[in-house]
Write a protein that binds this ligand. Structure first.
Ligand code: SNW
Length: 272
């Protein structure tokens, strides 16, 4: 009995040591006191670099707010290709991945996620004269997707007659669209808006992605960081910070009740 007890204690001590969960580094960060975040420089309004070179956007401001609540003010964002974000978190180059990353079972095989903080639509955008007026009209056409995105996975599964063209980021895909080398591009609903305005494009279809709310990607097994961030996220929803940021970055968009003060904060919308 005593031997078994000692063995368990030994394991616990080892586990926390390996993760760097010492008194000076409670969240096992790569650099104590600093959160290194893999993100995107061109996913406006979720995360993007402003003209001063600083990262900003809904996800960036929410993450900074939440980090502050767990006493980390040194948050360093680095732009990556979308497909490099989760590998970068999984292999320990970053403490977190923040880029409207939908939580899915497939992604959970390589990283953990915070609780969900955003749930919305995926949108197909196209030029005014492309003839793509619905998802069905994509048959036989060329559709852009960002490599590694949920849009790519959705299109592989649901648009079998469409030729998919993979891009590293939305900017590259949208310039292919305006040049005519793809017929449409499939991206996040909020990101679509500024491209639509800037290039005179139109939206051809909105596809719900509420079953994959965005979460902060974290290294697998870093439970100290996950539970601290989850608690802080719920607090940011409960005190109206989330709502304020949502109104700032997604003006005019329908307000998802589950993230508001008094909501259930589960990340999954109530069926109504
Ligand atoms: O699944 C949605 C979620 O419901 C919300 O609308 C925010 O975007 C999503 O997480 C989907 N985002 C894509 C993905 O996770 C692309 C992210 C990106 O381009 N930055 O693959």
């Amino acid at each position: 009995m005593l031997t078994a007890f000692t063995a368990v204690l030994g394991l616990v001590a080892c586990g926390s040591g390996a993760q760097g969960n010492t008194a000076g580094n409670p969240y096992g960060l790569i650099t104590p006191g600093q959160l290194r975040v893999a993100s995107l420089g061109d996913a406006k309004p979720y995360t993007f670099t402003a003209s001063d070179g600083q990262f900003t956007g809904f996800d960036v401001e929410l993450f900074r707010d939440v980090a502050k609540r767990v006493n980390v003010t040194d948050v360093v964002f680095t732009g990556q290709d979308f497909s490099a974000i989760l590998p970068g978190v999984a292999n320990g180059r970053f403490d977190a991945g923040v880029a409207a990353i939908g939580i899915t079972e497939a992604r959970k095989k390589t990283v953990d996620f915070s609780t969900g903080y955003l749930a919305g639509y995926l949108t197909v955008i196209t030029t005014k004269n492309s003839g793509v007026t619905s998802a069905d009209a994509l048959a036989g056409r060329r559709l852009g997707v960002v490599q590694g995105s949920l849009q790519e996975a959705y299109a592989v599964k649901n648009f079998p007659k469409t030729d998919l063209v993979r891009f590293p980021d939305n900017n590259a895909a949208v310039s292919a669209l305006t040049r005519g080398s793809v017929d449409a591009h499939f991206l996040d609903y909020e990101a679509a808006k500024s491209y639509v305005t800037q290039f005179g494009l139109v939206s051809a279809a909105d596809i719900p992605s509420f079953d994959a709310p965005a979460g902060f990607a974290l290294k697998k097994g870093n439970t100290a960081l996950k539970s601290a961030l989850d608690k802080a996220l719920i607090a940011a929803m409960e005190d109206g910070t989330w709502k304020k940021l949502y109104e700032k970055w997604f003006p005019g968009s329908p307000m998802p009740k589950q993230y508001l003060p008094g909501g259930d904060h589960t990340g999954v919308p109530a069926a109504n």
